[in-house]
Design a protein around this ligand. Structure first.
Ligand code: NAP
Length: 242
């Protein structure tokens, strides 16, 4: 059976991706780090809609935790594999570089960029062996375009984009595609303290995006129809970067 693993699937964009991929028929592994209540709610909603989901708790930034959780799941599911991996887990620790503490820099890099490495290196081998897979990482406009106050986040997301392009070439012949999506402003817990009213005037579409809009794009990249798209970064930002 082909499973889909969504890191940071308990809230926001990740939760919407879990539900969208469940609608496509995938049993979902909902990864989270602390909010078990939120992860259980996503599981409940998927099951209520007729889908299947299980929780897989681990901190993507801790290599041993990610490895043990994934090895444990794989050992318990010898006939199944993770065919779709969505690297979505993320945090923000915005501040100007001149004031940035070590922890702000390392936590953000460890979560996004090293998290990509810890999870993807485990999932990619079964995909290559089975000759079908999808790796989709949720990057950001900040990984493409400079954003003041986000040198840590921009470096992490830019790194994920570059890693996506390189990995895509390593596995293309095995029918494994590797892509990134780069959202602009999306309404979630991560952006709840931003002043939407003033920021939306800077967005050509005149509004923040929704988690469901990003999830629909990810579901398309995960589908059979997207089999010839690889090594790409698809922007979804209401026209913020044309
Ligand atoms: P969110 O609502 O704050 O949710 C973050 C999710 O990541 C939660 O499920 C959280 O789990 C999980 N998470 C955080 N650190 C983790 C770790 N170390 N290990 C495992 N899971 C972890 O954020 P969001 O807005 O949906 O963002 C999702 C992704 O989109 C992030 O990569 C973010 O950088 C990217 N993005 C967001 C926006 C935006 O405007 N919102 C724009 C561009 C890109 P718990 O529930 O257990 O805490």
């Amino acid at each position: 059976m082909k499973y889909a693993l969504v890191t940071g699937g308990s809230r926001g964009i990740g939760a919407a991706i879990c539900k969208a991929l469940a609608k496509e028929g995938y049993p979902i592994l909902i990864n989270y780090v602390s909010r078990e209540d939120a992860a259980l709610e996503v599981k409940r909603e998927i099951e209520e809609a007729g889908g299947a989901a299980e929780l897989l708790k681990f901190n993507v930034s801790v290599p041993k935790e990610a490895e043990e959780a994934l090895d444990g799941w794989m050992a318990a599911h010898p006939d199944d594999y993770i065919a779709v991996l969505v690297n979505n887990a993320g945090i923000r620790r915005d501040t100007l570089l001149m004031w940035m503490e070590d922890k702000d820099w390392y936590d953000v890099i460890n979560t996004h960029l090293n998290g990509f490495f810890h999870v993807t290196r485990k999932a990619i081998t079964p995909m290559a062996k089975k000759k079908w897979g999808r790796v989709i990482s949720v990057a950001s406009l900040s990984g493409i375009k400079g954003m003041p106050g986000q040198t840590n986040y921009s470096a992490a997301k830019g790194g994920v984009i570059a890693a996506t392009k390189a990995l895509a070439l390593e596995v293309a012949k095995r029918r494994v595609t590797v892509n990134a999506v780069a959202p602009g402003f999306v309404e979630t817990d991560m952006t709840k303290e931003l002043d939407q009213n003033s920021l939306k005037d800077t967005i050509p579409a005149g509004r923040f995006g929704t988690a469901e809009e990003v999830a629909d794009l990810v579901a398309f990249l995960a589908s059979e129809k997207a089999g010839y798209i690889t090594g790409q970064v698809i922007e979804i930002n209401g026209g913020l970067n044309t």
